[in-house]
Design a protein around this ligand. Structure first.
Ligand SMILES: [Zn+2]
Ligand SMILES: [Zn+2]
Length: 307
């Protein structure tokens, strides 16, 4: 039984038995059990999220390192590009040549290990397009959380004796605050303490708020500190339609406390590892989920949700 089927059935049974909490009961609603047409594009008032890679630092046979594809308004954005990103984005039905921006939350390998391959493939595919194809001239943005990571990317290029990056790879190193606005999505970065800060206090690990032109608001936790330092100011101000939250670096009782009564319509947990693969994970997640004040799901590679 896959995860979706499990929650469809377990949620129903638990609700029938009076065992389900609020979240579990909401999971059991018929609309939550509807199959998702993962191939269709988002409608004008929707954001489509494809969970490309949902593993933490140790991959599994079915789950790759962190990567999420966000699609809205005819544009394609990637949040983190862990190992496996290129093949899995292509498998999801989106061509890597059609990405508009890539955002890296922090310089740990499970979040950027596929980035060089991604930019290299975007270059490689350009050679196949015929003159006049807009993909030949399209620029895309790569937003990096530290100048050290930019240097790593430059060093790989040097080691490969491939010269320098063509200008269509538009690298930017960002700091806290608004980091991107193309009229379709506005992105704000909030520093957290998942990684030790630079000597001057500058964070290198970030959470992101995506505010989409159609009004939808999605918050990505990135990786967090063990104290569950989710930057609440980014969520509390106007609320969010979806929180995409990692599930590894903190005791889950802290998440229950800190997520309590937040203006979050739903939480999708990803970046999960051994504990959520081991025997009995379904019951453990159901118990965790039932203590939250919003519906929640645990995601696996290839899952698609429309917000
Ligand atoms: Zn990670
Ligand atoms: Zn990390």
């Amino acid at each position: 039984m896959d995860r979706r089927s499990f929650f469809k059935h377990f949620g129903f049974l638990a609700a029938m038995a009076g065992l389900g909490g609020k979240a579990l009961a909401q999971e059991a609603k018929p609309e939550a059990a509807q199959p998702v047409d993962s191939k269709r594009p988002p409608k004008d008032d929707e954001v489509k999220l494809t969970f490309i890679g949902t593993s933490h630092g140790r991959v599994t046979t079915t789950r790759a390192h962190s990567c999420t594809l966000l699609q809205t308004g005819g544009k394609n954005y990637v949040i983190d590009a862990g190992e496996g990103a290129v093949a899995n984005i292509m498998k999801s039905g989106t061509h890597v040549s059609d990405l508009n921006a890539i955002f890296i939350t922090h310089p740990h390998l499970d979040h950027y290990g596929g980035l060089y391959g991604l930019q290299q493939q975007i270059s490689s595919f350009r050679k196949l397009f015929k003159e006049g194809n807009p993909r030949m001239t399209a620029t895309y943005d790569i937003l990096l959380p530290s100048s050290d990571l930019l240097q790593i990317m430059k060093n790989i290029k040097t080691a490969h004796r491939h010269g320098t990056y063509p200008k269509w790879h538009h690298f930017q190193v960002f700091k806290e605050g608004q980091i991107f606005d193309d009229g379709n999505v506005k992105v704000t970065a909030y520093g957290n303490d998942h990684m030790s800060r630079l000597p001057d206090g500058t964070p290198v690990a970030f959470s992101f708020l995506f505010e989409c032109a159609n009004g939808k608001r999605i918050f990505f936790s990135g990786d967090l500190h063990k104290s569950f330092d989710l930057p609440l100011e980014g969520i509390k101000k106007n609320g969010v339609d979806l929180l995409v939250c990692e599930l590894v670096h903190y005791p889950i009782k802290l998440a229950v406390e800190r997520l309590k009564d937040l203006p979050v319509k739903k939480t999708c947990f990803q970046h999960h590892g051994d504990a959520w693969e081991a025997k009995g994970w379904e019951e453990r997640f159901a118990k965790f989920s039932s203590q939250l004040t919003m519906p929640s799901e645990i995601m696996t590679d290839g899952d698609v949700r429309f917000v």
